[in-house]
Ligand binder design. Structure first.
Ligand SMILES: *Cc1c(COP(=O)(O)O)cnc(C)c1O
Length: 246
């Protein structure tokens, strides 16, 4: 365990790291069981730690413990923690709603943007990446529940959106992502995961140039087991690893 020198914060951080160790083992077990149920090796599934509100020392502890991918939601929060994070060899994903005017602040600090919900945003990312001679891996976010106040592309226009984004230089489509509606139980949410899997397979089969349907990102703390059973190969887990956000 690392020593934390923050005044007064030492005990709280140490406790959070201990909690993480216990939670991480449980999450890995759940992942293992779900993958087994789905007849896939657990190594096919990337576990991304959703690190919003988690202090940098706790994230670093998680990385030292074996976490290989992190996802942040807010540009300002990510920038404020960035220098303190030990991110060598770590997959850095952006998973929150991204405004086009903030794109330039993070393109050099992330490896994938999972939350691309418009052609316009993809174009802004492409433009900034071209300046850096970089191609950004992106996922297209799908509003699978067709909820009014949620970001994401409606399923009905996903293919057309993918076709348009695929023509943009500086971005490379690697799959799709969704945050399904809050559901009452596993059966309801399973239905959304199944729909996502169908979209993923259908669009992948169209073999659109410059789009590679590799990642199906779905499943969070309460439902990632179900998501993996239904084909997710990238799950984004926050509270089940780091404890409830206050
Ligand atoms: C916070 C967040 C997660 C993780 O949610 P938990 O319920 O804490 O596991 C996953 N995806 C996105 C986009 C998030 O914002």
């Amino acid at each position: 365990m690392e020593k934390f020198l923050n005044d007064g914060g030492e005990d709280a951080l140490a406790v959070r790291c201990r909690d993480f160790d216990r939670n991480y083992a449980l999450v890995l077990e759940r992942l293992e069981r779900a993958a087994e149920k789905a007849g896939r090796p657990a190594s096919d599934v990337t576990l991304l730690a959703a690190t919003k509100t988690v202090p940098a020392p706790v994230i670093n502890h998680a990385l030292a413990a074996g976490v290989t991918h992190i996802g942040e939601n807010r540009v300002q929060e990510y920038l404020s923690k960035y220098e303190a994070l030990r991110l060598d060899g770590v997959g850095r994903h952006f998973i929150g709603h991204l405004q086009t005017n903030k794109v330039k602040l993070i393109v050099d600090k992330v490896d994938m943007i999972e939350s691309v919900d418009s052609v316009r945003l993809a174009a802004a990312i492409g433009e900034e990446c071209k300046k850096l001679d970089k191609t950004m891996d992106i996922l297209v976010e799908v509003n699978i529940g067709e909820e009014e106040n949620k970001s994401g592309v409606a399923p009905a226009v996903l293919e057309e959106t993918v076709r348009q984004i695929a023509q943009i230089e500086g971005v490379s489509i690697r799959g799709i992502m969704a945050i399904p509606p809050i559901c009452d139980g596993p059966d309801q949410i399973r239905h959304y995961f199944k729909q996502m899997r169908e979209l993923f397979i259908d669009i992948g089969a169209k073999k659109i140039d410059n789009s590679h349907m590799v990642y199906l990102s779905m499943g969070m703390s309460g439902d990632f087991d179900t998501a993996v059973e239904e084909g997710a190969n990238l799950v984004r887990v926050g509270a089940a690893l780091f404890g409830k956000r206050l």
